[in-house]
Design a protein around this ligand. Structure first.
Ligand code: RIB
Length: 294
């Protein structure tokens, strides 16, 4: 069984700010750092750091060499990362003194996925293989349909949520990883219990992990519901905390861990990520997550 993550790769320009800008405001930043990021790349690295062999498929462009390098350094299989003649995806991330962020995203090469490329990549996978997706690349609906036709297990983190997801047949998804906002956007419900109930009605065979910020996370499948709190740490930068959770929780499933232990592992890994700056740079190795006392 192989694991493929078809997703974005971004160069993150991270600015330390006193506070996040309001419309019309100009403010000098205290520091700027450049990190490898992108929800796709972060989740591949979280999987790899958790000990899961993963193929990443995606497009980089001009200025994106650092992204390929980061994947290689962290043991992600880069066979399906292509370089094209276009600007790479990038972000401008403001982080305030409490570690909260806001992200301006430029899709660049991430939005230049072709159907030929999708067919070429999926041609190397088969029934029973796993595909992980987020919503920072184009052709998501096509990828879901083709992966489903092949009998791959589809895991979706529909983030950031936008109208491209309306074109996707979400009944083909086996596992959703969503936060409360995405949960609301999919179901129209605000209360966590109602989000879970509605997902069950809409997609009766899907499993779901609903992350609730400071209130932890909830997992629901056909057998029941499991809750997990957060591990409190001093927040330095919340970027990629969700991606770390996603990668680690998926790794726990692939390792055959009981759900409650998997949620705890993922919560610990994301707490460590929150306590450090950057996206991929903040994601801990499995050994560290297992040893740390929080
Ligand atoms: O989830 C965090 C990621 O979202 C950042 O690395 C940034 O690239 C944006 O895509």
């Amino acid at each position: 069984m192989k694991v493929l993550n078809f997703g974005s790769l971004n160069v993150d320009y991270v600015y330390q700010m006193e506070s996040i800008l309001i419309p019309g405001e100009t403010q000098a930043s205290k520091e700027r750092n450049v990190f490898s990021g992108g929800k796709g790349l972060n989740q591949s690295i979280a999987l790899a750091k958790a000990g899961i062999p993963v193929y990443h498929a995606g497009m980089i462009g001009e200025g994106g060499e650092i992204l390929l390098e980061t994947c290689r350094e962290n043991g992600v299989n880069t066979k399906f990362i292509r370089k094209i003649d276009a600007p790479s995806g990038h972000t401008m991330i403001q982080v305030d003194k409490n570690g909260q962020n806001c992200i301006l995203l430029f899709g660049g090469s991430n939005r230049m996925i072709t159907r030929e490329f999708v067919d070429e990549v999926l041609g190397e996978f088969e029934k029973g293989d796993i595909i992980l997706l987020q919503n920072e690349i184009n052709e998501l609906d096509y990828i879901i349909d083709k992966a489903y036709e092949k009998g791959m297990m589809i895991i979706l983190n529909p983030s950031p949520y936008d109208s491209a997801l309306d074109a996707c047949d979400l009944s083909r998804v086996s596992l959703f990883l969503v936060n409360e906002i995405e949960g609301f956007q999919i179901t129209g419900e605000k209360e966590p219990e109602k989000i879970l109930e509605k997902i069950k009605t809409l997609y009766p065979h899907a499993k779901i992990v609903l992350t609730l910020g400071g209130d932890g996370s909830v997992y629901q499948d056909e057998t029941g519901i499991y809750h997990q709190g957060i591990f409190k740490v001093k927040a330095v930068d919340t970027t990629a905390a969700g991606d770390t959770f996603t990668g680690y929780f998926i790794s726990s499933i692939l390792d055959g861990m009981p759900v409650q232990e998997g949620l705890e592992l993922a919560a610990k890994a994301s707490a460590i990520a929150v306590s450090r700056p950057g996206a991929t740079a903040s994601i801990p190795l499995r050994e560290e997550v297992e040893k740390i006392k929080l």
